[in-house]
Design a protein around this ligand. Sequence first.
Ligand code: BES
Ligand code: MN
Ligand code: MN
Length: 462
Amino acid sequence: MENIKAYVTQHKDRFINELIELLKIPSISADSAYSQDVLNTADAVKKALLTAGCDTVEICETPGYPIVYGEKIIDSNLPTVLVYGHYDVQPADPIELWDSPPFEPVIKKTEIHPDGAIFARGACDDKGQLYMHVKALEYMVKNDNLPCNVKFMIEGEEEIGSTSLAWFVERNQEKLANDVILISDTGMISNTQPSITTGLRGLSYVEVEVTGPNRDLHSGLYGGAVANPINILTKMIASLHDENNHITIPGFYDKVEELSTEERAEMAKAPFSLDDYKKALDISEVYGEKGYTTNERNSIRPTLDVNGIWGGYTGEGAKTVIASKAHAKISMRLVPNQDWEEITELFTKHFINIAPKAVKVKVIPHHGGQGYVTPINNIGYKAASKAYEETFGVTPIPQRSGGSIPIVALFEKELKSKTILMGFGLDSDAIHSPNEHFGIFNYLKGIETIPLFFKYYTEMSK
Ligand code: BES
Ligand code: MN
Ligand code: MN
């Protein structure tokens, strides 16, 4: 497969331009104002898969946004790789913090990406990464280098909880039958030290509403005499962590898997500079659970974070008012063995329990999902490792990530296959943030590395 490098070099301008076109469509799944754009993106992905060499591609309807399913089956005796990705993106706001419009992609050089990076919402998460697979397929098909069967399942609701995908997977187990699932929707340590993601955290996402008086009140006439829902809510939230930054919900840690000293020592070997980390975020200190390092806090430990909080008067000037209601959105990142539905229940019970009688509390569960850890002794991991080693000249390090792709645990349950997470993004690529970008180097390296995974996986399956 020497010619993959040559193929990428020869076609790289087109590869970049095609991705730029895909990035121009604002496929924001969370905002119904963009629903036609989400549907148009599904069509664009279908066209791209057909052009790249899939034999059939369907737009599969679901109760929500459709799933683009494509395949190229060359021999039923050969292994089948199922590629998953998502064509939806996060909302772009706060829009005023973008240096260029989120859906008008531009290429700019950065310190970390001296070859340039494409700046646009979805550049890294996940359009850029899913498109690497489309172009890797193009290479394999056009050069008679596809060593096994391939199926593509690209969804449009990952950023809002993959509800329709769960529905689809339950109903299409035969169609989706595979030997291994391959996903590029995570990151790696750096462009000189690749890593393979071996774990994802689970998630429980809830919204809370605290109601005090039945209407907004004059804060002079009533202040001090009735419960202020915002005061109460912030107090309740503050009590969810103790002085060591442990979460105080009873039972929250009961099922948390504690890593052995050896495993923690192994983790600590990954290259990491606390100074660079602080500098990149412009913070003078890190902050988190006592007894754990930064990399442990953001991968093997569960967390609880307020994602949004609102209520009362936030407009211009001052308005003296005690709001009737206060709200917050809270996410809990979970580690293997913690069950997200159980954690949601523990949270709900506790939150209602700690509320003073002067207010009413409602907890509305949103989405969630289980965490995932993958062993490194299977051929999927080994094939991926060999592929990175060849294109980067460095053995990749296995690393657990703090992010979540809840559908991965469901794949294992429903389709009985392991997932290999070959991500090419960097933490500094600002996914979900203003100025999201994806390095040109990373994009092209991904296209180069993926066919090698197919090659080694097929060889190792024999
Ligand atoms: N691709 C991310 C998850 C990710 C990013 C995992 C980097 C590891 C490294 C995915 O699109 C995502 O944003 N997931 C959500 C969860 C989802 C249920 C909204 C997340 O992690 O917040
Ligand atoms: Mn993603
Ligand atoms: Mn995302």
